[in-house]
Design a protein around this ligand. Structure first.
Ligand SMILES: *Cc1c(COP(=O)(O)O)cnc(C)c1O
Length: 479
């Protein structure tokens, strides 16, 4: 199908105009439509899974049919009534910038392959370090999400720790190298396991340390374990924002201990590191700036579209040694920042553009406001839901994450009955389509997670959510 010149332009205009209308219709209806899926697996497959045709078709028709076919299978996760997992939406400038990123379609590997994109990322790095309270000479990379930020940071850690043993891991690999240990609290996020697998460190070398009542590592436990492995290359993994409770480790106390034993300290701050941007919450990160690397998401609490995380490494030499690559056909720039020196990827989208736009739209005060508002909503949701008959607060939010549980009314109820009732009430809530929460098992108990990350969530959403939970509780007690 040869389309040239004017026809090509017509195609773009028609399909993009129709896409704008579809996008606005989705966004403007978010408050009215169910927040959970109304289409099931079979229905979605029936509509979407067609034979791949021999002949192509009109672009506008492709998009129109796509929008019809996904109906009921798109969650309201970009709206204000979605409190499942840890999911953010997109502030308008970030969404628009993301559209332009695809439109410009720059391979963001080198300054030469996308000059403005490279400079945008450079500026994002500086702004982010300022907001997150990180040392200004820290190197950084914009990656797909916090998981790849872990991989990037831990690859730098691997380089630096083994260099002390005269072992060049990039050249020699890990066979025959001193064994790296990772010490971390046993509540860590599963993304660590996968990063450790990818890096060849192996999960048997991740040592679980218990958490105390406050939900974080004890200094004594860490010290004992460091002592046990003294003289071995060691990474200490700390959390800024536990996935269930939002708890922060006491960085000011733990990091100096780890450094006494020459350990590398990595912080998983997927969402929690953003607390630094708020004057009210930044004290939770006191001492975090002393770590050696930090992994953070853009696509959760900052509310930029998916495919956006940030890796920061204090030892920029180790970071570059782990990631950089030179090839004769690439055009490296002597003065500008080439992203390929810092990222695990070669070509990737210019993902800095959405971050740049979000930070400009919000400003420092807007980011702080977003953090504080969502924390306040999370607190309100947990305490109000917890006060409903048959509900119980399990974790009152310190930041934007909390836990509640629903209790069986049977007089001889066991924990299993409470677990069953909790899952039953969550299922009822989802069925109502009014609000979205997800479950978890925390300290052996089924709980409902309350996670507020969306910039759009307002008092009315909180009101609707509490009412929906109340109705689900009543329905469940009749059932
Ligand atoms: C979401 C999350 C991750 C993983 O981040 P991705 O962006 O999904 O790769 C890691 N740690 C914590 C605490 C998280 O919440």
């Amino acid at each position: 199908m040869a389309i040239e010149g004017k026809d090509t332009q017509m195609t773009y205009r028609s399909v993009l105009e129709s896409t704008l209308a579809h996008a606005l219709s989705y966004i403007e209806n978010l408050d009215e439509v169910p927040v959970s899926a109304t289409a099931g697996l079979a229905g979605l497959r029936q509509r979407l899974d067609r034979p791949l045709a021999d002949e192509g078709m009109d672009a506008t028709q492709v998009i129109d049919e796509l929008v019809d076919d996904v109906h009921g299978g798109i969650l309201g996760s970009s709206g204000g009534r979605f409190f499942g997992w840890v999911v953010g939406g997109s502030v308008p400038a970030a969404l628009a910038a993301d559209w332009l990123t695809s439109t410009w379609d720059q391979p963001a590997a080198l300054f030469a392959s996308g000059p403005a994109t490279a400079v945008i990322e450079e500026v994002c790095g500086r702004w982010l370090k300022e907001l997150l309270g990180l040392p200004l000479n820290t190197s950084f990379a914009l990656v797909t999400g916090c998981s790849m930020a872990h991989v990037t940071c831990l690859a730098a850690a691997r380089n630096a720790l083994l260099a002390k043993y005269d072992w060049n891991v990039e050249r020699k690999g890990l066979t025959g190298a001193p064994q790296i240990r990772i010490l971390s609290n046993n509540q860590r996020h599963g993304s660590i396991e996968r990063s450790v697998r990818l890096l060849g460190i192996g999960n048997e070398n991740v040592i679980d340390l218990p958490v105390n009542k406050q939900g974080h590592l004890n200094i004594k436990d860490l010290q004992r374990e460091l002592q046990k492995h003294a003289g071995q290359p060691t990474i200490v993994l700390l959390q800024a924002g536990d996935i269930n409770t939002g708890v922060f480790e006491p960085f000011e106390k733990l990091i100096p201990v780890a450094h006494n034993y020459n350990a590398w300290v990595h912080i998983d701050g997927a969402f929690g590191l953003w607390a630094s941007a708020s004057p009210k919450y930044k004290h939770l990160l006191n001492g975090a700036e002393q770590a050696d690397s930090w992994a953070v998401d853009g696509h959760k609490w900052l509310n930029v579209p998916y495919d956006c995380g940030y890796a920061f490494v204090a030892d920029s030499r180790a970071h570059q040694a782990a990631m950089s690559h030179r090839a004769s056909y690439l055009t490296h720039d002597a003065v500008a920042r080439d992203q390929i020196d810092w990222t695990p990827e070669w070509s990737h989208r210019g993902r800095g553009t959405a971050t740049y736009a979000a930070l400009r739209q919000l400003g420092k005060k807007g980011v702080a406001g977003l953090i504080e508002r969502t924390c306040q909503h999370a607190h309100c949701l947990v305490t109000r839901i917890g006060a409903l008959p048959g509900a119980e607060v399990i974790w009152e939010p310190q930041i934007n994450q909390g836990l509640v549980r629903f209790l069986s009314t049977r007089s001889d109820a066991t924990d299993t009955d409470h677990d069953r009732r909790t899952d039953g009430v969550i299922a009822n809530i989802l069925e109502s389509g009014e609000v979205f929460f997800s479950g978890t098992t925390w300290q052996g108990k089924r709980c409902m997670r309350v996670s507020v990350c969306n910039w759009k969530t307002n008092e009315l959403d909180v009101e609707r959510a509490v009412n929906a939970v109340q109705r689900a509780l009543e329905k469940q007690s009749i059932a």
